[in-house]
Write a protein that binds this ligand. Structure first.
Ligand code: AMP
Ligand code: GLY
Length: 418
């Protein structure tokens, strides 16, 4: 397992439950992954270093968690040496790494997505925005760690954002039509040809309750989605996921790994907001906690082109809710180096470490999202209550969490197309 966040800890927990896994290494890992997987120092974005570690370990399967190593070509370097890899090539990872490329693939595949214009000149972009209908959606092209998107009603702010993005975040911006409707995250496994969706989840991207405050990597998640029409996942698979996988294969850049569709359920159907080339964080913590099928066999089948031979995935009945515990100051300027203590947890509750490190035998915060608390229960309301009981068992000076993760879904207040 390559990576060190909460997503990787959730993947390690699921891989460790697989009876076929005899040995597990998570590099570089964190203070949580070391309980289940040997930690090794690693620059995850250095293909030479990752190949050297995989060779030393004689690993049967390499799972790459974050997008940066994928975009840097780590999966290609491993495949060149004959390793089975769960994670796309650098070419295929551009589905996340370049918003303009993602739009091009979607257009060719006939996939519903917001209409978009690409600009490399700030005056052209400002003129276009002046004639567009608010809310304005402006995105920097390229990876920007969640800081590359502006959605707002004010024209001068949108124009300023576009100017800044052109200057500091790379040479291109994308201006999109605004998509109205609740968002969902749908993860799909692919071996380059076939596609198998996981259960849909919803993420809470803003830092504070009521979707206020700055964007973050994600402050919480729940799965499945009681408000989603029963045939929606099948429909999205047929109209969006499979056509994208087919289009990428036809271009000679097959997608092997986890295709993550960020979608809006608009009144005229699902529409793609973005694709990512890896599992989402913290949705993975919730989704994998309900997966009963042993994970390593599934990821290995993707890596070796045998997804079609797998029996259907088995899921636990019930719901899962994940709440992120973030450091003081996250996301603007997180404070690190504080001791983290996890007390007794209720039944069905687990913790996934994200920004933690072991210092002198103590667990201390080392990143903005410090850990996630995930609860599994028979229904969403109970899972939500247990998750917050779990959050209350975490001691970290200055920590903050959203208190409304899954609340509107429990209350029946989420509706498609509004
Ligand atoms: P992205 O980085 O593309 O996922 O965008 C971050 C967030 O901005 C999304 O989760 C949405 O909440 C919002 N967003 C992005 N694009 C659109 C759009 N076309 N319409 C409405 N909201 C959007
Ligand atoms: N939680 C959304 C993401 O991982 O990008």
């Amino acid at each position: 397992m390559v990576g060190s966040g909460g997503r990787e800890h959730a993947l390690v927990q699921a891989l460790a439950r697989d009876p076929e896994v005899t040995s597990l290494v998570c590099a570089p890992g964190n203070a949580g992954t070391v309980e289940l997987a040997e930690a090794r120092a690693l620059d995850a974005t250095d293909p030479v270093a990752v190949v050297a570690l995989a060779t030393e370990l004689g690993t049967d399967l390499v799972v790459i968690g974050p997008e940066a190593p994928l975009v840097a070509g780590v999966a290609d370097a491993l495949r060149d040496k004959g390793f089975a890899v769960f994670g796309p090539s650098a070419q295929a990872a551009r589905i996340e790494g370049s918003k303009a490329y993602a739009k091009e693939v979607m257009l060719a595949a006939g996939v519903p997505t917001a209409a978009a214009m690409v600009f490399d000149d700030d005056n052209d972009c400002a003129a276009y925005l002046a004639g567009a209908t608010p809310p304005y959606v402006v995105k920097a092209d390229g990876l920007a760690a969640g800081k590359g998107v502006h959605v707002g009603l004010d024209l001068p702010t949108a124009v300023d954002f576009a100017r800044d993005a052109l200057r500091t975040l790379g040479g291109r911006v994308v201006v999109e039509a605004f998509l109205d409707g609740p968002e969902l995250s749908l993860f799909a496994l692919s071996d380059g040809t076939g596609v198998v969706p996981l259960i849909p989840a919803q993420d809470f991207k803003r830092a504070y309750d009521g979707d206020e405050g700055p964007n973050t990597g994600g402050m919480g998640a729940y799965t499945p989605l009681p408000w989603l029409p029963v045939d929606a996942v099948e429909d999205i698979t047929a109209r969006i996921l499979q056509p994208v996988i087919d289009e990428m294969a036809a271009r000679g850049t097959p997608f092997v790994g986890l295709l993550f569709a960020g979608l809006a359920m608009t009144s005229s159907g699902p529409s793609v907001i973005e694709f990512n080339c890896r599992f989402g964080d913290p949705e993975t913590q919730a989704v994998l906690s309900l997966l009963e099928t042993p994970l390593a066999s599934v990821l290995h089948a993707c890596a070796t082109g045998r997804l079609g031979a797998l029996p259907p995935l088995q899921w636990r009945a019930g719901s899962a809710v994940t709440v992120v515990v973030a450091a003081e100051g996250y996301p603007d300027g997180p404070v690190t180096g504080d001791e983290v203590v996890v007390g007794a947890l209720p039944d069905g509750v687990s913790v996934q470490h994200a920004g933690t490190a072991l210092v002198g035998g103590r667990v201390v915060s080392s990143g903005g999202r410090v850990l996630a608390v995930t609860a599994v229960a028979a229904d969403l309301a109970t899972a939500r209550e247990r998750a917050y009981q779990g959050v209350a068992a975490v001691t970290l000076r200055g920590a903050h969490s959203r208190s409304d993760v899954a609340l509107r879904a429990v209350r029946g207040e989420v509706a498609v197309g509004g």
